[in-house]
Design a binder for this molecule. Structure first.
Ligand code: NAD
Length: 332
């Protein structure tokens, strides 16, 4: 073990912990995501070369940030994890090959392909069809109770539709600020001399953490569901894509760009197709997500420490640069 590696790891951990705090707790990042991702890759590389230096509190092993004390805490019965990232076609190839190897070289490997919405992950709990709790992901184990703000979002049903409703349903998805509403909100704030937000993701995160739901209600947040946590009292379909359709029938919005695709070529075609429309989509995305479609295969593949083995976030090259407008104050 070289002392330099240990020192570099310590420095990277310190820097990434600071960035995490600014991003997850203050909703006010000071560096672009691409810079954060670059440093995280360096840390992972060094840790893989020196596995004896990996520790459970390393930012490479953890999800999100600590929940803040102003809110009640909500324990996630099923942890809300992160996703492994791919930045290159080789990363995508390695992901598919690893899965094929683990599953015994199956050739009908189908995936659900979804835009990776750049918003805030939330968990919604419905009891007998009624929305009872909305929570942030927090550190993956414990989130913040933001039910009062979640209830102001029109896209989130307060009551599920249909006859055969589950006794308990946990829906997971992304709260986001549509680009057009975000721009209008910032223009108004600018015109009236108020602080503006740096980007839609921070605006969504900051809005969800208001103590007064009337402030959240003024910001036109939206929501897409992308997975299920707990479910009791109904039989669920065996494929992720079918489960999303079930959520839609219960009244939850699903992103219209979600498709299924087979094999590495199918995934790449989806990545390119969404990449071409990226600027025209009404919401910000930072990549696409691939999920092994069959739930029994997901279960067989399981998890590594902070992410499932059966899913991958394939990122697009950085688009944003941190733009600092002179004389304009940003708010969190
Ligand atoms: P992540 O955002 O890369 O991936 C996990 C998240 O993806 C989920 O929690 C969910 O919110 C979201 N998601 C969107 N669409 C989804 C879909 N269809 N299916 C499933 N999940 C979907 O991971 P993370 O741990 O939340 O954040 C890490 C990323 O955040 C970094 O890669 C970096 O880009 C950014 N970050 C930036 C800074 C900074 O200072 N700029 C700091 C911390 C994190």
């Amino acid at each position: 073990m070289s002392a330099t590696a240990a020192e570099r790891i310590a420095t990277l951990r310190h820097t990434l912990n600071e960035y995490n705090y600014q991003y997850y707790v203050l909703d006010a990042p000071t560096v672009p995501d691409a810079e954060y991702d670059r440093l995280m890759q360096q840390l992972r590389q060094l840790e893989s070369e020196h596995p004896e230096l990996i520790s459970a509190d390393s930012p490479s092993q953890r999800v999100g940030g600590e929940p803040i004390a102003a809110f009640q805490q909500v324990k996630h019965v099923i942890p809300m994890l992160s996703l492994e990232n791919a930045f290159t076609e080789q990363d995508l190839h390695d992901f598919v090959e690893d899965i094929r190897e683990r599953l015994g070289f199956v050739d009908d490997l189908e995936f659900s392909c979804e835009p990776k919405l750049d918003g805030v992950a939330v968990s919604l709990i419905y009891e007998h069809g009624e929305l009872v709790t909305g929570a942030t992901r927090g550190d993956g184990q414990t989130g913040e109770d933001i039910t009062h703000n979640i209830k102001t979002i029109n896209a989130i049903p307060l009551r599920l539709r249909g006859e055969q409703l589950p006794a308990l349903l946990e829906v997971r998805g992304e709260v986001y600020f549509p680009k057009a509403d975000f721009n209008r909100f910032n223009e108004k704030a600018l015109a009236s001399g108020e602080k503006i937000f740096a980007n839609p993701r921070n605006a969504a995160a900051g809005s969800l953490r208001q103590l007064d739901p009337r402030l959240t209600a003024k910001r036109k947040l939206a929501f897409y569901a992308y997975s299920l946590g707990r479910c009791e009292g109904v039989e669920l379909a065996g494929k992720h894509s079918e489960r999303l359709q079930q959520l839609k029938q219960w009244g939850l919005p699903i992103c219209p760009e979600v498709k299924t695709a087979t094999g590495e070529d199918g995934l790449l075609a989806y990545y390119r197709q969404i990449g071409e429309k990226r600027n025209d989509l009404p919401y910000d995305i930072d990549g696409v997500v691939y999920k092994v479609n069959r739930i029994d295969r997901q279960e067989e593949l399981g998890f590594v420490s902070r992410a499932p083995r059966w899913a991958l976030a394939h990122k697009y090259p950085a688009q944003e640069a941190m733009t600092v407008l002179e004389g304009v104050e940003f708010q969190v």
